[in-house]
Write a protein that binds this ligand. Structure first.
Ligand SMILES: [Zn+2]
Length: 426
């Protein structure tokens, strides 16, 4: 009975010996002298590509100058927070990784929304994607997330090695200090992949609009946290030895209160199931009954006619460039507001007076106002290099390359972004 395991063991040893010099070889951090430089992925939520030019982000400007600056990075559709953060760590479009909106319905799992802690931390919602931290761990690398959508969920039964339940009260400085503390761990426990997330720019953008002094103050505050990070890395001799990617999930557009499509004034909504409202509204038939289906078809026909401030499609007729509509979680009928507009109802507008965002995202992901920040800095990256705009699905294969781990099937293209690396690092 003993020979079979020995044969298997020999095969494994042979396989490992054969791939020991290959960059994707499984290694353990404590055992590997050729451990990859740590990779720190930083998201500044809703940091639009052009915000750097306002002059409130000197640390980001310094990183651009001594690293790589993309003209912009295109979010995936819809240009919302959860779908895009999960795209960045999986390389999959939202239609493919299943987080198709911040608010969703699933036939088996029920309702998903950002405030629903139970749903957000349920790995089943996220299971169609394999986040980079899962693959990194399978290859012997430790991982740590100082907040990231998906990191709270037990995806395929796994979390990052170190992670925190989202708590907006944790200050930007505390988040930075936690990342530095993780980098201070002994080599065997030290993460090779880390995330850091800032949300102040997004909050100010929603509440006061992207052109407000409050957004500029948030840019200043977030840059101060970035300066603290850079200083902490320099004190540890790590600043030139860590690869950093600083990006955003989407941009931000002005959304004046008056720019509301009252959809209930166009069609009767009471006979539909409303899944989401706002920038991307979604509806299903109320039931499978013939009456409800016929009613739904009539409403859909009416809304699919040209509309002044939004566009509606059956999910099978969404323009192909959005790569959206095949996932069963995408509602049957979608209404996308034109940039600067929202889709709402008379009742909702009346009951939420004073609490309606005047800055929004979620729009057409090709719109200039939805484009996001991208900066990269570190030993693998070129210095003072500018690269063209690219889609955010390409970040994932770039990161797996940097970590020396295999990329699982994804929608990204490493060849499209490898020029930002030094030739010796490609
Ligand atoms: Zn966001």
């Amino acid at each position: 009975m003993k020979w079979l395991p020995r044969v298997l063991l020999c095969s494994l040893v042979t396989i490992c010996a054969g791939c020991a010099t290959h960059p994707t070889a499984p290694t353990h951090p404590a055992e590997s002298p050729a451990r990859p430089a740590p990779l720190l992925l930083i998201s500044i939520d809703a940091y639009r590509y052009d915000y750097v030019e306002r002059g409130f982000s000197p640390t980001l400007a310094m990183l651009e100058k001594s690293g790589v600056q993309a003209a912009s990075m295109q979010p995936s559709f819809p240009s919302l927070t959860f779908p895009n953060h999960y795209t960045i760590v999986t390389g999959l479009r939202p239609d493919h990784h299943g987080i198709v909106n911040n608010t969703m319905l699933d036939a088996t799992l029920g309702k998903f929304s950002l405030g629903n802690r139970q749903a957000v931390s349920d790995g089943h919602w996220w299971a169609a994607g394999t986040p980079i931290w899962e693959t990194a761990e399978q290859h012997g690398l430790r991982t740590a997330t100082m907040f990231w959508p998906g990191s709270e969920a037990d995806i395929h039964g796994h979390h990052p090695d170190y992670w925190k339940p989202f708590d907006e009260k944790v200050t930007a400085d505390q988040r930075v200090d936690q990342v530095l503390a993780w980098l201070d761990l002994p080599p065997a426990q030290r993460p090779a992949f880390l995330t850091l997330y800032f949300d102040a720019v997004d909050h100010a953008g929603h509440t006061y609009g992207p052109d407000s002094p409050q957004v500029n103050a948030a840019l200043r505050d977030t840059d101060a946290a970035m300066a603290r990070l850079v200083q902490g890395l320099k004190q540890r001799g790590l600043f030139d030895r860590i690869n950093m990617i600083v990006l955003a999930d989407h941009g931000m557009a002005n959304n004046p209160l008056s720019n509301s499509v009252m959809i209930d004034q166009l069609v009767p909504l009471d006979q539909l199931q409303t899944v989401s409202m706002g920038i991307l509204a979604g509806f299903n038939p109320k039931s499978d009954s013939t009456v409800d289906r016929n009613h739904f078809a009539a409403v859909e026909h009416q809304l699919e006619q040209p509309q002044q401030h939004m566009q509606c499609w059956d999910k099978t007729r969404v323009p192909p460039r959005f790569v959206y509509g095949n996932n069963p979680r995408v509602p049957q009928l979608l209404c996308l507001a034109n940039v600067g507009w929202r889709v709402t109802t008379t009742d909702y507008a009346a009951s939420h007076q004073g609490h309606i965002s005047i800055g929004e995202h979620g729009y057409d992901n090709a719109d200039p106002l939805m484009q996001a920040l991208f900066i990269a800095h570190g030993p693998a990256f070129r210095v003072d290099a500018k690269v063209n705009a690219f889609p955010n699905v390409d970040v994932y294969p770039l990161m797996t390359h940097l970590l020396g781990i295999p990329a699982v099937a994804n929608d990204g293209d490493y060849d499209a972004v490898k020029d930002m690396l030094k030739p010796s690092e490609r």
